[in-house]
Ligand binder design. Sequence first.
Ligand SMILES: *Cc1c(COP(=O)(O)O)cnc(C)c1O
Length: 399
Amino acid sequence: MSIKAFTRPFTQQEPINQEAIDAATKVLKSGRLHRYNTIENELSEAALLEEEYATYQQSKYCLACASGGYAMSVALKAAGLKLGESVLTNTFTLAPVPGAISNAGGNPIFVEITKDLILDLEDLSKKAEESGARFLLISHMRGHLVDMDQLMEIVNENNLILIEDCAHTMGAQWKDQRSGNFGLAGCFSTQTYKHLNSGEGGLLTSNDEEFMARAIIYSGSYMLYEMHGAAPSSKVFEDIRLETPNYSGRMDNLRASILRPQLKNLEKNITRWNERYQVVETALKEIKGIEVPLRYEEERYVGSSIQFRLPGINVTEAELFIKKNKELGVELKWFGNDDPIGFTSNHKSWKYVGRQQLNKSDEILSSLFDLRLPLTFSIDDCMHLSKIIIECSSEFIKH
Ligand SMILES: *Cc1c(COP(=O)(O)O)cnc(C)c1O
């Protein structure tokens, strides 16, 4: 092969900017890292982040917490999930999603996906009716939004309580509504590989005051809920404060301090991610036999990663394809493996959930490849890696 190898790491995010480093240094010098450790009328960094994220998200309330997975499990509890209840969710998602359902005492029912990597709405209707489940935890996996208008029809018809996993759709929109604002709650992650980076962290948003009051008490507020930003008024807490347990999962001021300056750059970064995404998408789409998921016109996505399929590829070929890319420095994830490798997970590896038949999704996942597009990649880098993928795919494309 004549093509030059790609040498940039796929796991390298941009450095934390100077403003965030200065803010973190200030918190460190103060020694007041705990979110409720404030002096006089000081608003903590965590409370300020909650206010600023609620404003960005256009939601009334926001809770900063320990992780995206924590936000989801607290959301399910605060929404009233009872032990052993079913929760509908996507087959194609990441381990924290069934994990959050399990942590909250629920049982996942996996709904099939389509080849555009979104929820199969026919299967959703069918399973909602058959199961009588009260909850849908939709995972906008890899940032692909389902037709939200059609989804909401099904949600309303079946009286489903909708919670959105927006780990990959922070900043995304359907028409002019932000992902996360369609149901009872939106759950976001600020783990390093998402759209804001505090190492670990989560944000939970909602417009429902009683839901949010419960979530705040669950998160471990030590009855200091009046020190929250973007929280319901204290009278909403009166009835529930003593009947809601403390499941400590707070965010600290250090993490909040580095997230606040990053939030100011989020819109700019979305444009940068999408420039990179569109370069790779355009290149791959030109090749007959490589399928890139379609996007709706109504969707404003955040292209922080890209997926494509090589329909008809078998296990041996898929492994060889990955190996060839790797030799040229391109790290692909493949969702067809029964055994989890790194973050690659498949419902078959979640053995704590009873085995479910998901033939349609299995078929799609067996030919699905995925790669991150960190902002440390230049546009030229994106063209370069596209060429490598195309070159390596030629012998595996079925005509
Ligand atoms: C990262 C991620 C989450 C939440 O992750 P945490 O590591 O718990 O913050 C949830 N859903 C998906 C699809 C994710 O990729």
